[in-house]
Each structure stands twice: as structure tokens, then as C-alpha cells.
Design a protein around this ligand. Structure first.
Ligand SMILES: [Zn+2]
Length: 459
């Protein structure tokens, strides 16, 4: 197990939007305008005041030359006005300086990062008695904070969430994830690109490519609506195969086709053929989704059928709390004749040949395995609504009382000694997975609000 070291992280507040910055600059401009008017008014009054004082002094000297000048109200007023003028000039200077990098009120001046000192927690010294997650004592529930054996809710809601342990990856992938040889380090550096070479579906959204400017740790940032799409079994006429089509398309060299996926990208030239070849063999041997697409390829190559659809099934016969690897019957159905077939909504129907992309429902158990084959090398199921809570023995499949996505990912993102840590060792791809999972959790919340608006008392 890797050396445990963790610091408390104080998340920075969200930075100001461009509109907020523009509004702040506008406010400063108005303030500068008011101050300038005030300064001009003072500049008109001050010479008059100085002239009046000068004349009074001259009169005084003429009448009483042997006595010192008297202290009068004009002197005091003049000094106050001169002081006020200097303060106005300073305010104008400060406003002009703040305009250069305007930060609205309520935001931290140092680019949103509060200047707090890191707090060293030390290694995690506790284990959850329910699920075996490795935890820090500070993460225990408030009620058990003074107990000798504190309890934890973050990982498994005190035993209410129960999922099958993650299995060890195949040896080839395990070496790539854990070894320190140059090839493994290269794989981990380009792990997102290698995953992109083998994924079945595409991830839609606006990826922020400017956020990684060479400073700090790698950040995966995506905005807008996030969706997953899948193409047809065969690419449209004249177009190269992409994503799942690479598993079916008959070509002289599948390896070269996969290398061409990133040919327009600079990183594409860096991908190593020996890694792609090894991963391809590994998926052919172990991944149940790859087996399904290979079967479709064999049927198509026989030439006995002209039209065919592949339906990736969403319903599972097994309990999702005990098994995460679907059986061959659970995964897919090949549909040769399309008439009169019942389609369960979250099923993924892959058309024979089309230029249209189909959206993939986030309720589908294989969604993450299709998007992240390197994280799910066996084609394991991810979250789906039919996983019941441990305390909900009589729960029916696909009802409203089963495990939520949030609980599922809270459980999965913890480390346990009795299961593989391959997910946490996947670096940049793990970051992308977590961001994607968060987007799906948000999508589930929005769906719930959309479907329950009539029940809400606020509407
Ligand atoms: Zn637990």
C-alpha cells in the first residue's frame, strides 16, 4: 500500500465571474468620478482661501508689526481642506490600482485561495467496522467522536451500503498501474489517451483545456451539459471507425486503427503500440462487453445477416449488492429482426449503420464500463437503480428506495485493504471518473426535481 500522507484541504471559494468583475470595475469608475468632482471643487476653493489668509496677514502686519500673527479660523479651515485634498488624491490612486485586477466584495483578493496553513492529519489510523474502509479518526460521526472505536458514515452510512469488493485488475494492467519502470510511468502519464483509444462511447461536454498551464497539479475541468453518446455498429460510408466501431470494423490492422484515433493530436504520436497491443489482448480475454462486440463482428463477417442491432441490456437478474460482473445473458442481445421488440428505456440500442449518435442513459449499469474500460477491465457494472440498501431486504428492483448514486460513489471512493485500489491508482483518469460521477449525481438530482415538481410546496 502506498505511503499514507494527507493534508486537510481548504477548498477555495468560487472565483468571480467576468460579469461580477465588470460590475466591480464599473463601481470603481463611478467612485473615481465622484472623487474627481470633489477634488475640482476643492481646487476652486483653496486658492480663494489662501488669498483671503494672505490679505488678512498683510493687514495685520500693517497695523501691528511687532506682534505675532494671530491664530484664526481661516488657517484651521485651510489645513483641513488641504488634508482632505490629499486623502481624495490617495483614494483616487487606490481605486485606479484596484481596477487593474478588480476583485468584487466577498471574494478573496489572492485569486480565491484563502491564505490558511495546511493542517497535517498524519496517516489514517482507523478502519470502519462495517465496510473495512481506511479512515482518519477526524472523519467519524459526531456522536462517536469520543469513543474508543468510532463509527463512520461517510463510507457506507454505518453499514447501510454494501457492494461487492473491486476485483484485482489483470496482471498486465496491474503492472502498468503499480510498477515504476519507464513504460508504466509513460502509461500513467497518458492514461486518459489510452482509455480514449478503447472506450466504447464518447463523453460530451466542454473540456477546459487552458486550466492546465504547467503550474500545479493536473486538473480535469468540464462544463456545460455532460452526456454520453454511442454510434452505430458500423461507421457511415467513407468514414473511419470510432469508439465501439473499432471492435467490430473489419480492418487489416486494428492496432493501427487505434493508433490513428489520436493521429491529429500531438499526444497521439506518443502512444506506444506495445501497450495498446497488450491492452487489446487483455480486453479480448477478460472484458465481457468486448466479447459481445466481437460476437457481433463474427456474425456480421459470416454474411448471413444483412441488418442487425445490438441491444445492451440494463436489467440485471443478479443482486447488485453481491455481484458486479454481469452474466453473458445480462449484457446484450443481438437483434436481427427489429419488429415487435420491447425496449426497456435505459437499454442501449446500437444501430447497424448510421451517422446519428444515440444518447446513453445514465441509469445503464454498463455506462462507466463503456466509458472507462481501463477502470473496469472486466466490464463490471457501475451504479444502477436496482442496487438495494443493506437494510432494505425486501426492496423491489427499480424502485425509489434503493441505493442512490451519491451513496454508491461515496462507498467506491474509499480505500479498503480487502479490495483492489486500482481505481485510486489511475491518476488523471480517476480524476475524470470522479468529475463524471459528480455530473451524473447532479443529473439525477435534476431529474428528481423535474419529476417531482408537482409534489413540491415551493412550486
Ligand atoms: Zn464504512
Amino acid at each position: 500500500m502506498a505511503q499514507w500522507k494527507r493534508r486537510a484541504i481548504f477548498l477555495p471559494p468560487n472565483g468571480p465571474t467576468p460579469q461580477q468583475v465588470a460590475a466591480e470595475q464599473e463601481r470603481l469608475n463611478e467612485k473615481i468620478h465622484v472623487l474627481t468632482e470633489e477634488l475640482h471643487e476643492l481646487d476652486r476653493r483653496l486658492p480663494k482661501m489662501a488669498r483671503t489668509i494672505r490679505r488678512a496677514r498683510m493687514r495685520h502686519r500693517c497695523t501691528q508689526p511687532n506682534y505675532p500673527l494671530p491664530a484664526n479660523g481661516h488657517n484651521d479651515l485651510l489645513s483641513r481642506l488641504q488634508y482632505k485634498r490629499s486623502r481624495i488624491l490617495r483614494s483616487i490612486f487606490l481605486c485606479n490600482r484596484r481596477k487593474v485586477n478588480a476583485v468584487p466584495r466577498g471574494f478573496s483578493r489572492n485569486h480565491g485561495f484563502p491564505s490558511v496553513e495546511a493542517y497535517e492529519l498524519g496517516p489514517p489510523s482507523c478502519t470502519c467496522v462495517f465496510c473495512g474502509a481506511v479512515m482518519w479518526p477526524e472523519e467519524c460521526t459526531y456522536a462517536t467522536r469520543s469513543h474508543t472505536n468510532p463509527k463512520f458514515s461517510l463510507c457506507c452510512k454505518q453499514g447501510k451500503v454494501k457492494l461487492p469488493p473491486r476485483r484485482n485488475p489483470p496482471e498486465f494492467l496491474k503492472q502498468l498501474l503499480e510498477s515504476e519502470n519507464p513504460l508504466s510511468r509513460h502509461f500513467r502519464q497518458f492514461i486518459r489517451q489510452y482509455n480514449g483509444v478503447f472506450c466504447f462511447i464518447s463523453l460530451g461536454g466542454k473540456v477546459d483545456r487552458n486550466i492546465n498551464d504547467g503550474r500545479g497539479v493536473y486538473v480535469y475541468s468540464i462544463g456545460g451539459q455532460i452526456y454520453h453518446s454511442i454510434g452505430s455498429l458500423l461507421p457511415p460510408e467513407g468514414q473511419p471507425p470510432r469508439f465501439a466501431q473499432l471492435y467490430i470494423h473489419e480492418s487489416t490492422s486494428e492496432l493501427q486503427s487505434r493508433l490513428n484515433v489520436f493521429s491529429s493530436d500531438q499526444t497521439g504520436n506518443s502512444l506506444r503500440p506495445e501497450i495498446i497491443e497488450g491492452l487489446q489482448e487483455m480486453f479480448d480475454q477478460y472484458n465481457i462487453l468486448v466479447h459481445t462486440f466481437r460476437t457481433a463482428r463474427e456474425i456480421l463477417s459470416e454474411g448471413s445477416v444483412q441488418q442487425m442491432q445490438l441491444k445492451l441490456l440494463a436489467k440485471r437478474q443478479q443482486d447488485g449488492r453481491e455481484y458486479d460482473l454481469p452474466t453473458a445473458n445480462d449484457v446484450a442481445a443481438l437483434i436481427v429482426d427489429d419488429t415487435g421488440q420491447d425496449t426497456f428505456e435505459p437499454d442501449i440500442v446500437v444501430q447497424y449503420q448510421s451517422s446519428k449518435l444515440e444518447r446513453v442513459s445514465y441509469y445503464h449499469p454498463s455506462l462507466m464500463a463503456l466509458q472507462y474500460p481501463i477502470l473496469f477491465p472486466y466490464g463490471e457494472d457501475g451504479w444502477h437503480p436496482a442496487i438495494s440498501s443493506a437494510g432494505d431486504e425486501d426492496a423491489n428492483l427499480w424502485n425509489d428506495n434503493n441505493l442512490t448514486q451519491c451513496d454508491y460513489y461515496s462507498y467506491r471512493l474509499h480505500t479498503r485493504f480487502h479490495e483492489s485500489s486500482s481505481l485510486l491508482l489511475s491518476g488523471k483518469l480517476f480524476q475524470q471518473y470522479v468529475v463524471n460521477a459528480y455530473a451524473l449525481v447532479e443529473a439525477e438530482h435534476l431529474d428528481w426535481i423535474r419529476n417531482n415538481q408537482h409534489k413540491s410546496s415551493l412550486c
